[in-house]
Write a protein that binds this ligand. Structure first.
Ligand code: NCD
Length: 306
């Protein structure tokens, strides 16, 4: 029997495996009919202890487009967690009902604990301010489709780099490719956590901090905007002071490269004004679509299908 695989951190997948997932997702886009029955009689459990729109819907749509079924809950209050059940008990129980589990939890490390107890593959769909590996797969798929290559890019990461788990996972993924440079654009209070900074330095990755978005834009190939993560703040005053630190407006794209892409994991609050949406460089809704295809590829991979 082959070993059970989970996806807790993006580095659980090798670069070759990520390439393989991207090529499956490309094939799904080209030949959707070939995949529409492939997960018949398989069940995905979506256990979301924290709110989500895109991640949960895209997992659900992904499993449906593979011909499988989906069960689960979308808030801790509607699960037995509200009665005091532990994460490990919930997971053991869910393993009895589903073939694969996607789990989001406010506590960092909860999906790792879950994977140790699960009898089926566990996918981390976001753990607190820590990691979000399937968003990263979505981001890599988007960059692959829009830019062709995952190397030789200058990537601007803007907004809440402290609590933004999508940023932490994206950095971990991108530092494995050649010629990647980062420009970090955040208020000082929302700088990258030191463990991520240390990783960048240990890997010898070129990165710098710029405090002004307009100043950073001209050199970027990818601008990755993020929401200030309200739910991770200890006090509302700090959130209100920092929430509108950086707002991307259409006129600011005048100085951007013609082929720069603007990404955002969504949901957006204020950080991208709606007048950017019509610009051909806006890639965030396309990114949401790519999330479905790459999750289809991931489900197939973890279930060992084909
Ligand atoms: C992100 C998340 O949940 O971390 N959203 C998502 O999964 N698409 C980003 C965010 O909530 O700001």
């Amino acid at each position: 029997m082959s070993e059970l695989r989970h996806l807790i951190n993006i580095t659980d997948l090798s670069v070759d495996e990520i390439d393989h997932l991207i090529s499956i997702a490309d094939d799904i886009i080209d030949n959707p009919e070939a995949y529409q029955e492939i997960c018949r009689h398989k069940k995905l459990a979506t256990l979301f202890f924290e709110p989500s729109t895109r991640t949960r819907l895209s997992f659900t749509a992904a499993m449906m487009e593979l011909g499988g079924n989906v069960l689960g809950f979308d808030q801790a209050a509607s699960s037995s967690t509200a009665k005091g059940e532990s994460v490990s008990d919930t997971i053991v129980m869910a393993s009895c009902y589903a073939d694969i589990i996607a789990m989001r939890h406010p506590k960092e490390g909860a999906p790792f604990v879950a994977a140790r107890h699960a009898g089926v593959p566990v996918i981390n769909a976001g753990d607190g301010g820590h990691f979000h590996p399937t968003q990263t797969l979505t981001d890599l798929m988007t960059i692959h489709r829009k830019k062709g290559d995952l190397g030789n890019l200058t990537i601007g990461l803007c907004g809440d780099l402290k609590f933004g788990r999508t940023v932490h996972s994206l950095i971990e993924a991108m530092i494995r490719y050649k010629g990647i440079r980062f420009v970090m654009i955040s208020p000082v209070e929302l700088d990258l956590p030191s463990y991520v900074q240390e990783k960048l330095n240990a890997e010898g990755v070129e990165w710098k901090v710029v405090r002004n978005l307009e100043e950073a834009i001209p050199e970027l190939d990818v601008l990755y905007m993020t929401r200030v993560q309200k739910e991770r703040f200890f006090n509302e005053e700090d959130y209100i002071r920092l929430k509108d630190s950086f707002i991307l407006r259409r006129r600011m794209l005048d100085s951007a490269k013609d082929d720069m892409i603007v990404m955002h994991p969504l949901p957006r609050v204020n950080e991208i004004s709606v007048d950017v949406d019509d610009d051909p460089r806006a890639a965030y809704f396309y990114q949401a679509l790519m999330g479905k295809y790459i999750r289809m590829a991931l489900i197939l991979f973890l279930l060992g299908i084909r």
